[in-house]
Design a protein around this ligand. Structure first.
Ligand SMILES: [Fe+2]
Length: 447
């Protein structure tokens, strides 16, 4: 028992150091001018992200009655939405009143980091780890990972506004080739047999409280796309007038199409009759074989209707990703239980900064034969984000109070850290959001 607990501290310390280093690596190429800008109320300034995640570690230290000696900063600016902690600076004000100063943030990060490492040392020395303490520390690590991804969304949104293709974020690390090449994947769908399915996380390691308890749900037999909808496929919808046909749209979505004059995914721009997009690779023609990204739930739903299909429920998505029919068990990832690598998925640490073409990860396919379910693009599901029956909050105001008016997305994106994602991970966004790296795949009912 003691051995397991000691190992936990060592792993948590390693995870802590890794997550802090990765955040620094992402932040480092950003100039002072860009670090304090907020280009959309959806996002935050890069400086705010890296200060706020540090504040979250401070809150864990305070919860366990550690003395905080970081008076260099006014933490009132850093509370995102927790009613129980001090004041809340409205999200839309984060760029208008850019405090703390970047130099203070960096100092604050170092101070809290040192205190947190000392805190972990004490836990190890005193053998005082408990399950709830381990959850809180892991949660703080995971929280910072979530902000790494949000920061990448914000960098994409901000830098694409500059017309000069060279005026862009320059990542410290960028890998443009696929380790395993690109393989031909036959088009089509895979049949998933219906029956009772146990939805949710079933392992022993960390998961968020909203992934449990595992519970039975009944599924009819269905067909699911082998791979996410591609730019080429979505372009056909665009060119056939999909954005002009009210019959395809949910009412709220149609209102948005008219109000915002949507005619293509976010960031697409038409130049001389061709579609282009500026992303971290610069300004390029839309790549036909990559999964479509930056579409709202409404666009995903309208496309699905247009092709005579529908969006999967989260249980349908999860079964297609997890269930091994031969072994009669679920796995943590589509390919099995082994940690993500360059060979099976495109996640943050692949450092590709873009979705990969379909066929890039044959080794990452699910037991049923679905490709690229983890990484590349989050996939919208038809499911409302509700807490599972029997839910118990492990950290109030984190996952629980958001369970209203949002849709579940599964699978992670090219900006999701590897240590964060698994088949049972539930992300959620409002259906109109297009800034997240969201795409989708469709299902079809048997007639
Ligand atoms: Fe946060």
């Amino acid at each position: 028992m003691t051995q397991v607990i000691t190992n936990d501290v060592k792993k948590l310390r390693l995870d802590f150091l890794n997550v802090r280093n990765t955040t620094s690596d992402i932040f480092q190429p950003i100039s002072m001018e860009d670090a304090v800008m907020q280009s959309d109320p959806f996002g935050s300034t890069p400086n705010w992200h890296i200060a706020h995640v540090t504040w979250f570690f401070q809150k864990i230290l305070e919860k366990y009655r550690q003395d905080i000696d970081a008076n260099s900063i006014n933490t009132d600016y850093l509370n995102s939405y927790y009613q129980r902690y001090s004041k809340i600076l409205p999200k839309s004000d984060r760029g208008k009143f850019p405090r703390p100063k970047v130099s203070d943030t960096l100092k604050y990060r170092t101070q809290i980091e040192e205190m947190f490492l000392k805190f972990l040392d004490n836990i190890e020395e005193n053998n005082s780890m408990t399950r709830s303490l381990a959850y809180d520390i892991e949660l703080a690590n995971q929280h910072e990972m979530q902000h790494q991804e949000l920061l990448v969304y914000d960098l994409q949104h901000y830098f694409q506004k500059f017309e000069d293709p060279l005026d862009n974020y320059e990542p410290k690390l960028m890998k443009t080739t696929n380790v395993d090449g690109i393989h031909d994947i036959e088009e089509g769908m895979v049949r998933i047999p219906g029956g009772l399915y146990e939805l949710g996380f079933s392992g022993n390691d960390f998961c968020y409280d909203n992934e449990i308890p595992e519970h039975k749900t009944y599924l009819n037999t269905y067909d699911i796309d082998k791979y996410p909808v591609t730019n080429k496929e979505f372009l056909e919808f665009v060119e056939s007038g999909g954005y002009q046909d009210y019959k395809l749209w949910l009412s709220d979505g149609w209102d948005l199409v008219k109000e915002k004059q949507w005619d293509a995914p976010l960031y697409w721009q038409e130049i001389d009759g061709d579609w282009y997009k500026k992303d971290f690779r610069g300004l390029n023609r839309i790549s036909p074989n990559e999964p479509v990204v930056n579409v709202s739930y409404y666009e995903a739903d309208a496309y699905s209707k247009w092709v005579g299909k529908r969006l999967p429920t989260e249980a349908e998505w999860e079964k297609a990703a997890s269930w091994n029919e031969d072994l009669k068990k679920k796995t943590l990832y589509p390919w099995g239980d082994g940690f993500p690598s360059d060979l099976n998925s495109n996640l943050l640490e692949s450092w590709k900064w873009a979705p990969s073409p379909i066929g890039s990860y044959p080794q990452g396919k699910s037991h049923y034969g679905c490709h690229q379910m983890l990484g590349d693009v989050w996939e919208w599901t038809a499911s409302e984000y509700v807490l599972y029956p029997g839910f118990r909050s492990k950290f109030s105001e984190y996952t629980d109070k958001w369970a209203i008016n949002q849709k579940v997305l599964r699978g992670g994106s090219y900006a999701t850290p590897r240590s964060q994602i698994r088949n049972s991970y539930r992300n959620y966004f409002k259906p109109h959001e297009r800034i997240p790296f969201s795409g989708f795949r469709c299902v079809r009912d048997l007639l």
